[in-house]
Design a protein around this ligand. Structure first.
Ligand SMILES: Nc1nc2c(ncn2[C@@H]2O[C@H](COP(=O)(O)OP(=O)(O)OP(=O)(O)O)[C@@H](O)[C@H]2O)c(=O)[nH]1
Ligand SMILES: [Mg+2]
Length: 207
């Protein structure tokens, strides 16, 4: 029950998932026979943490304080159907240039040629304004009419007033109708909405 005596909507179930495989290039990806929702974003924005939150598994995807943790494209099978895909972060400055380019190439290929990609979840650090990579992803999605979900992660680090400001500012820069959520992989803010949105993209019931 909520404060006003009305029954509260039940929190949606997490997207129970298992690790499937990793790939370092498009040809090494598993068969493209089920829908995939991919998590993209700058290095250290919290893509892997977000995936863990949405799956209800603390250590499904590897998380690290050091940017550049995720170096391969990681696939997770969602038990109720479809896959979640953890992409290496963009802009990990400390990796050797050649390796940076190799990862970037794999991500580009994945995004541009993966036939079963149904939605991109752009994970951003809510404390930073839109960076060039974020703008590129937003434009790229709009050009292809690819559904985009923007998660303003680490919102637990912002005061309430700052959160509202960030959300409005990002909303003014994304195409109308783009879902933009304040989110925290750490404390679960926005997780219910994000789970519902991802489930819907994977072809399941959003409720
Ligand atoms: N306070 C706070 N910290 C977070 C949140 N999400 C992630 N972090 C922290 O941010 C750091 C990076 O998290 P990751 O999930 O590894 O980030 P990533 O985007 O997968 O990073 P790469 O794999 O390097 O691209 C870790 O220290 C996390 O604990 C959040 O919602 N709030
Ligand atoms: Mg990661």
């Amino acid at each position: 029950m909520s404060d006003d005596g009305l029954p509260t909507a039940p929190a949606p179930r997490a997207l129970a998932s298992e690790f499937l495989t990793s790939a370092d290039r498009l040809e090494a990806c598993p068969r493209d026979d089920v829908p995939e929702v991919a998590f993209a974003g700058r290095s250290n924005a919290g893509k892997s943490s977000t995936l863990n939150r949405l799956t209800g598994r603390r250590q499904l995807a590897r998380v690290s304080k050091t940017p550049g943790r995720t170096q391969l494209i990681n696939f997770f099978t969602v038990n109720e159907g479809g896959r979640l895909v953890d992409l290496p972060g963009y802009g990990y400055a400390r990796a050797a240039k050649s390796r940076q380019q190799a990862w970037g190439h794999a991500v580009d290929e994945y995004l541009n040629h993966r036939a079963n990609l149904t939605c991109v979840v752009l994970v951003m650090d809510a404390r930073h304004t839109l960076k060039p990579f974020d703008r590129q992803m937003i434009d790229w999605s709009a050009d292809r009419s690819m559904p985009l979900l923007v998660l303003l992660n680490k919102a637990d680090k912002l005061k309430r007033g700052e959160r509202t400001k960030v959300r409005r500012s990002v909303e003014s820069e994304v195409p109308p109708g783009t879902r933009t959520l304040l989110f925290s992989a750490t404390n679960g803010m926005g997780a219910a909405e994000a789970i519902a949105a991802v489930r819907e993209q994977l072809g399941g019931e959003s409720g």
